[in-house]
Design a protein around this ligand. Structure first.
Ligand code: AMP
Length: 559
């Protein structure tokens, strides 16, 4: 791989599998296999003394060492209460995820014989602030520059839009992964890939189909052995059944039936699982994805989108024939399977390339303006970007020598990616009845970046600080119930001295492109004093704990 270009790698950090991709010298996204020569790595972590084993070996070890193995950690991302205990130490989901990231990056470095520093990580569209922040932290604990967190369906659409489709159309990305379901409407144009609306469920994924098989096998075992023992209480049997169930599910994507052997307490029971039975056992799960799709379509109508042209299926679990069958029946469109396991990582790599190219262009502008430090150059405006791209294109046409940017790079840089927020954000306030409510400032499915400023008044004379509780919710109304929202943190506004009661304070919520929330405030009277705001998000590792986690992570060997 050539060294002159800065590379930003794309990582699809999945609930069940993780993969990594980069853009090759010909501008094509390429998946890098792991040291076991597989293109996807099970997101399973095995604590083995001072070593961490990630991937297939870890997955297989879950049978023998159920207490030393962590799977599906993504489902706990951003949860303060998730703690995995090993050797009297506790590990948070960010730290466990960091090991998965280290494994895939390390293997890619060996494969490509090149150091990797910069990464883009994907996350489900409906991830809230804390889950996103935790995902970023995972990459940082692993020791990398996390250039951006982008949504999985957006990444899939970028891959689809840039690799597969030249036409302008509205596409539904139906993404059923190992643990999550995302449904996203995206408009693909030659000059932009725009997310219109997004919905989903972070507790619906291939694993739920596995669990149904496990429950069925348990019943069949009880019938065959005429006992009512809950064999899932035995961790070995439980792990064994989970692995067999996933294998059986995959076989049923190809064949009509599959044998499964259950061994427990010296008994062996063989069960033949038919595809039709499997479909019956999981019908409600398919229906849930369909009804979530309808919910999202209703939202899209509010934005003026009444139709779509295509349904693109990504995520490994869309390989189950029942998915395409049901989608076609419901929407009268034959869904297209698009690179189910790899589209997300490839899209992230394409996005990484865009970031790298943009940086190159910014450097050009900086050089021209005589500024040494890139930080002195703000993000390029659309106009500036167009100007510099025109210049670059002319140079490509004129010069024979390689200027490090190709025509296809220029085309890619021109494609604007627009996203929406998957959550509404507000603060707790009191309504006329003096009840606590969430007063939303930024609304779900509105474009990001998004900046909104609202005035509030101080409560008493000489008030020193205001504490605001920042809430995240799925409501699209301006007011939502506290019980339906999640607190993502508190912001403390340290007020200037000697303010009168009811002094207006302007609070600004700024949601950036990757869904990070910044809060600032000013006191608009007097001399427009900036108010210092500190946000405390309890659910995400930070401060000393973050540094400790980084140091502790380094002490483990990962393979
Ligand atoms: P992803 O997160 O996109 O990698 O999706 C992983 C999920 O897809 C897991 O639940 C896998 O068991 C499931 N999966 C992968 N291949 C197949 C297949 N051939 N048939 C059914 N499910 C599959």
């Amino acid at each position: 791989m050539s060294e002159q270009k800065m590379r930003i790698f794309g990582i699809d950090l999945g609930t069940t599998y993780t993969s990594i991709a980069y853009m090759d010298d010909y501008g094509k996204p390429v998946i890098v296999p792991n040291s076991e020569n597989q293109r996807i790595t099970p997101s399973v972590v095995f604590f083995d003394g001072d070593s961490i084993v990630v991937g297939d070996v870890a997955k297989e070890s879950s049978k023998l060492y159920p207490h030393e193995v962590v799977s599906f950690v993504k489902r706990s991302m951003g949860e303060a209460d998730f703690l995995f205990e090993y050797n009297s130490q506790t590990f948070r989901s960010e730290e466990i995820s960091a090991f998965i990231i280290r494994k895939v990056v390390q293997d890619a470095e060996t494969y490509l014989n090149s150091k990797i520093d910069d990464i883009v990580i994907t996350c489900p569209a409906y991830f809230g602030i804390n889950e996103r922040e935790a995902t970023r932290r995972a990459g940082e604990i692993a020791g990398f520059n996390v250039r951006q967190i982008i949504n999985e369906p957006t990444a899939a659409a970028i891959a689809y839009g840039t690799m597969e489709s030249d036409e302008e159309k509205v596409v539904l990305v139906y993404d059923l992964g190992g643990g999550t379901f995302d449904i996203t409407m995206i408009e693909i144009q030659s000059s932009a890939i725009e997310v219109i609306c997004t919905g989903g469920d972070h507790n619906l994924g291939g694993k739920d189909w596995d669990d149904r098989i496990v429950a069925y096998l348990t019943q069949e075992f009880q019938k065959a052995t005429k006992t009512d023992e809950d064999i899932l209480e035995d961790p070995d049997t439980c792990q064994d059944l989970l692995l067999s169930a996933e294998k059986a599910k995959k076989v049923l994507s190809q064949r009509d039936k599959t044998p499964i052997l259950i061994t427990h307490g010296g008994e062996r029971v063989k069960v033949i699982l038919e595809r039709s039975k499997f479909e019956e056992l999981t019908k409600d799960l398919v229906e849930r994805s369909i009804s979530l799709t309808h919910e999202m379509l209703e939202e899209a109508k509010k934005k003026g989108y009444w139709n779509f042209d295509e349904i693109v299926m990504v995520g490994g679990a869309t390989r189950m024939p029942m998915m395409a069958k049901r989608i076609k029946e419901e929407f009268s469109v034959t869904p297209r399977a698009f690179d189910p396991d790899e589209a997300v990582a490839k899209g992230a790599a394409i996005y990484g390339m865009k970031l790298a190219l943009n940086e190159g262009l910014k450097k050009r502008v900086a050089d021209k303006k005589g500024k040494k430090d890139l930080k002195d150059i703000p993000d390029l405006s659309d106009q500036e970007l167009d100007d510099v791209l025109e210049e670059v294109e002319a140079l490509i046409d004129e010069e024979d020598e390689d200027i490090g940017i190709s025509k296809s790079d220029v085309r890619l840089t021109r494609v604007r990616i627009k996203n929406v927020t998957s959550k509404s954000f507000g603060i707790i306030a009191f309504n006329a009845q003096d009840e606590e409510i969430v007063y939303n400032l930024i609304f779900k499915n509105t474009d990001v970046p998004n900046v909104i400023t609202k005035p509030f008044g101080t409560a008493v004379k000489n008030q020193e600080a205001v504490t605001i509780q920042i809430m995240e919710n799925d409501s699209t109304d301006s007011v939502s119930r506290v019980s339906e929202a999640v607190e993502i943190g508190t912001a403390v506004l340290n007020l200037p001295e000697k303010l009168a009661a009811d002094t207006p304070i302007e609070i600004t919520f700024k949601l950036n492109e990757e869904g990070r929330l910044e809060i600032s405030a000013i006191e608009p009277t007097a001399s427009k004093r900036q108010i210092n705001v500190t946000i405390d998000t309890r659910s995400v590792i930070q401060g000393n704990d973050f540094q400790k986690a980084k140091d502790r992570s380094k002490a483990f060997n990962v393979s």
